[in-house]
Every structure is written in C-alpha cells, then in structure tokens.
Design a binder for this molecule. Structure first.
Ligand code: GDP
Ligand code: MN
Length: 387
C-alpha cells in the first residue's frame, strides 16, 4: 500500500527525521491560509501516488499566500501526467503546502527489501547525485549509487552509516545527522512493515542541515493487519477501482495489460495459467485467484471484475476440483454466467473429481463456454478466440 507525501512526512517527523513544515490542502483558499501560517516562500506540491511530479508541473514555488492560492488553483483538479502515472495521468485532489528550502545539494536515500540475495534483508541505497535525474543516474552511472545490506539479526550499525557518509562525501556535521536519519528510518521500516522508503531529494540546505524534501513510503500489504493507524492512510481514489472491488470481494486480483481474462483457483495454478497464455502467444489481462471455495457468488464477483475491464476479450477459467467437485464448479459457472448474461467467450479447463459431469453440464448449457481438456490447449483456444 502506498501513501501520500504529506502522510509520509508526518511519519518521518514522528520518527525524528527532519522534513519541512507544511500541511495538506484540498482547496486554493486552504492553501492560502496554510501559506500564511508558514513563514516566507512556500512550495505547493501535487499529492498523487506517483513520482516525477516536478517535471510534470506538479511542484510550484510561491512567494506569498496569494501566489500559493494561485499555484494550488492550477494544480488541484489537474490530471497530472508523469513517467510513473501512465499516459492517462492522475487527478490531483490535494496539495501539500510547505516551507521552501534553499538547496545546496540533493542526495538520494532509500531502504528496500532485497529478495535477490537468497535471504531477505533490508538494503540501503544512497547517492550524492540525488534529485529528479536519479533514474538516469541508475541507468548510465550505477556506480554513483552505493548499497549496503543490513543483516536482519545484527541490525543497522553506526559503522555502516559512516561507510555511506564517506561514499557520499559528507562533511562531519552532516555525517552525524545522516547516521541519525538512517538509524531512524531503519526503525520506521521495521516497526511499520515497510517495503520501501525513498527520500529524493534528501537535501543539504544552505545552512548545512539535512532535510527530507520529498519522500515515498510503501507498506507490505500482508503486514497491514498489524497497523490500523497505517490502514487509515489508504486513499482508494489512488487505487485501481477493479483492485478495490476485488479486495472487497475477497478475490486476489491484480490487473495487467493483456486481453485474456483469467479465473483460476490457487495462486500457483494462476501463475502457470498466465505463463501458458504467454506461451500460446497471448497476453494475460490479470492475475485472479478465486480461492478454494469458488461458490457461484464468488464466481459471479470474479466475472464482474473481469468483464469490467474493457480490454478483456475472452475469459480463461482453469479450476482444479479437488475438495471442490467439478460439477459444483460448473453449476456455479452456469449460474453466474446466466445471471449476468455474460457476453464474452469463456474457455473452461476443469480437472479433478466428477470432471466428466462438470464438462457435460457446461457443454449442454447453451452459454458461451468452450470446454478444453489440457492446460495448454485451453490457453491456445482462449488466444484464438481473441481473433
Ligand atoms: P517529484 O518530482 O515527484 O520527485 O517531486 P519532488 O518533491 O522531488 O520535487 C521535485 C524537485 O523540486 C526537487 O528535486 C527539488 O529540486 C525541487 N524542490 C522541491 N521542494 C523544494 C524546495 O523547498 N526548494 C527548492 N529550491 N526546490 C524544491
Ligand atoms: Mn522526488
């Protein structure tokens, strides 16, 4: 789960990481009031769950409260397009109005979970070349980004902070602040079950202070049950509406870009099904695990989610009937597809208990079911039905 910059900065402050003073506003008038309460120059920043806002026109400086109101008026309601939003952009519902800082240098700092080392651990990444070009730096001069893995048992050690400080070329005063910031971020990362904390830029101000000017925090969804205060920060407007509907229906669904909709029971079978669609020359439209039960209500909910995606041209249903008998699955499919007058062609591959009965029911249903025997055959049939 992602949160907004203004929410992330509140968390940083709570953990003792310095961030500019500021507040979120939903109207231009509110932005003006906040700017009036802060001193001097402010920055007005679009709050969306995506980076690259600076380049997209979503970050504007303002010298007076009037200018802040104007800046907020132009940003609020806009569809902000950045390299992270996709071409359709994201609607801005809120801005952050905060005290502007004079920047001497922009650093980059992030903490992520690295799963590539065989054992999961938190990795710190830092660069003296922070700011809006960090992706460019990563692509063309990766040696300018330094990494340091934190051993889960030993924890973060001051020695590691010193090593990073040297690599960043920090003076002694900043090195001390930096060590403190990293220590606090690591604590935040663990305590709140984060999967990413990114500060870019971590600015060195003209007064020589380190300050988190921008931050992104992502939480591990599987840890959210432990953090009701974090769950409250969720902004459904930022999430894919189909994924929100799926969450409410207790269906595991992730939207992808292809046109073959998938309905499968079991995550492993769902992954295999997606691979086979690819092998057959198609593109899966989603990952969808209906779970073990696959009742007709659950199937109907899944059908509704799949057919609400305009890209989906065909649905591939791959169900293994173990405890759940195939005839029960077929009856659920027939009931759901009949009730919602399903227009899309559906390829069904069933295996397991009472499979003959299940297939016969589908074939005799007069609905748009095509029955397949094997997994690969099912994928091929689905891809051929896209046309
Ligand atoms: P992003 O483009 O979505 O990553 O948004 P950022 O919050 O990182 O803002 C983009 C850029 O605006 C930063 O890299 C800074 O160079 C600049 N910026 C943001 N806040 C301030 C500020 O208070 N003072 C100055 N001078 N520049 C700022
Ligand atoms: Mn940034």
């Amino acid at each position: 789960m992602k949160i907004h910059e203004y929410q992330a900065k509140a968390l940083l402050r709570y953990y003792g990481v310095p961030a500019p003073r500021g507040e979120a506003a939903a109207t231009p008038e509110e932005a003006r009031r906040i700017a009036g309460e802060l001193s001097g120059q402010v920055v007005v920043k679009a709050q969306i769950h995506a980076g690259g806002r600076g380049k997209g026109g979503g970050v504007k400086p303002a010298a007076t409260p009037e200018e802040a109101e104007e800046a907020a008026r132009s940003i609020l309601g806009m569809r902000l397009v950045t390299h992270q939003t996709g071409p359709e952009g994201k609607r801005v519902h809120r801005v952050l109005v905060e005290e502007a800082s004079t920047i001497r240098k922009e650093l980059y700092l992030s903490l992520v979970v690295d799963r590539s080392r065989g054992k999961e651990c938190v990795v710190l990444m830092a660069s003296e070349a922070g700011g809006m070009e960090i992706e460019q730096v990563a692509a063309t001069a990766p040696e300018r980004i330094v990494r340091c893995a934190v051993h889960p048992a030993a924890g973060f050690s001051p020695f590691q902070a010193r090593k990073l400080s040297v690599a960043l070329g920090l003076a002694a005063v900043q090195a001390k602040q930096f060590a403190e910031i990293v220590r606090n971020l690591y604590r935040l990362f663990l305590e709140k079950d984060c999967s990413l904390i990114e500060i870019n830029p971590l600015a060195i101000t003209e007064k020589g202070q380190l300050l988190a000017l921008d931050t992104k925090i992502t939480f591990d969804d599987d840890g959210l049950y432990r953090h009701p205060e974090i769950r409250e920060l969720r902004d459904p407007e930022e999430e894919d509406p189909l994924e929100v509907a799926a969450k409410n229906a207790a269906v595991n669904y992730i939207k992808l870009d292809g046109n073959v909709g998938c309905m499968v029971n079991g995550a492993g079978l769902a992954m295999t099904t997606m691979d086979l669609i690819k092998m057959a020359g198609g593109e899966p439209a989603n990952f969808l695990d209906v779970g073990g039960g696959a009742s007709s209500e659950q199937i109907e909910k899944a059908f509704r989610i799949l057919s609400a995606d305009p890209k989906v041209k065909c649905i591939l249903i791959n169900i293994f009937g173990g405890i759940l008998r195939c005839d029960r699955v077929s009856s659920g499919l027939i009931q759901a597809a009949g009730k919602m007058e399903m227009k899309l062609p559906m390829v069904v591959r069933l295996q397991g208990t009472n499979v003959e009965e299940g297939r016969r029911m589908l074939q005799e249903s007069n609905l748009r079911f095509t029955v397949a025997d094997g997994l690969y055959e099912a994928a091929q049939k689905a891809v051929s039905l896209i046309g």
